[in-house]
Design a protein around this ligand. Sequence first.
Ligand code: DGY
Length: 316
Amino acid sequence: MPSVLVTRHVPDGGLDPLLAAGIEPVVRPVDDPLTGAELAQAAAEHDGLVVLLTDRVDADVLVAGARGGRLRVVANVAVGYDNIDVAAARAHGITITNTPGVLTETTADLAFMLILAASRLCSTAEADLRGGRWESWSILGYLGRDVSGATLGIVGHGRIGRAVARRAEGFGMNVLHHARQPTGEPGYVADLDVLLEQSDVVSLHIPLGPETRHLIDADRLRRMKPTAVLVNTARGQVVDEEALAVALEEGRLFAAGLDVYEHEPVVHPRLLAAPRTVLLPHIGSASVETRTLMARMACANVVAVLAGDRPLNPVT
Ligand code: DGY
């Protein structure tokens, strides 16, 4: 029977596809991230790994897997796979899979919640209330920005970006989108800078890669309206956090709603102190239903590869 390690704990029922295939996975007693050395050792000892985005499956890990002669599949319980060196996996004939689709609506819900919460200064207002600083209702208190009638610029036109667009239409927003290739759909803006200049809210829905690292840098932040709101539920490294904190401090940007950070779980101290921010700890897909489906999908991919079948969600 093949040996499969699940590196972190997953919701109840998440391992069902493995169990149904007669594979009793190795589950670590503690739910903390493995070190690189531990992950390399695991890669050498197992036929399949179910990993989370906290696991850095780099070339060293994959070489260890290849040398061990067993590792055939690494299933990421995430749609993003920037934690995995896909080229190294390909070079060693190790299949990588991810979990697209099942988290689309849950993540889009959270992105839209951040659009609303940041636009309406919810974190600032709640912090004041909890801190005993709410002294009186005031007509000038906590004045946010309306989303209704505002222009939303969506960067990326994948499943989640399109799901956010659907929500925005229900809220009466004008929706623009930018993608590297023309989408042929209404609202397409070919030039990212133009989209940034025209949008009242910008929401990022692009994968992290060499061409998207710090896509939103100091120059691009300067192109945004001083009344604009930036929302990031994609990957932290897509935004230059230091530049974002400075833009918020200097009032060159109205607000930001963030779920992802450059160096998770560490958040840039300047961002923590920046005004008008809503900061969440990478919970875009965090519902019981969705996280269970993600784990099941990853396990089903492992079962398929170990049975010699094509997985449902290979990363190519
Ligand atoms: C992903 O899937 O890539 C998210 O960041 C976590 O759900």
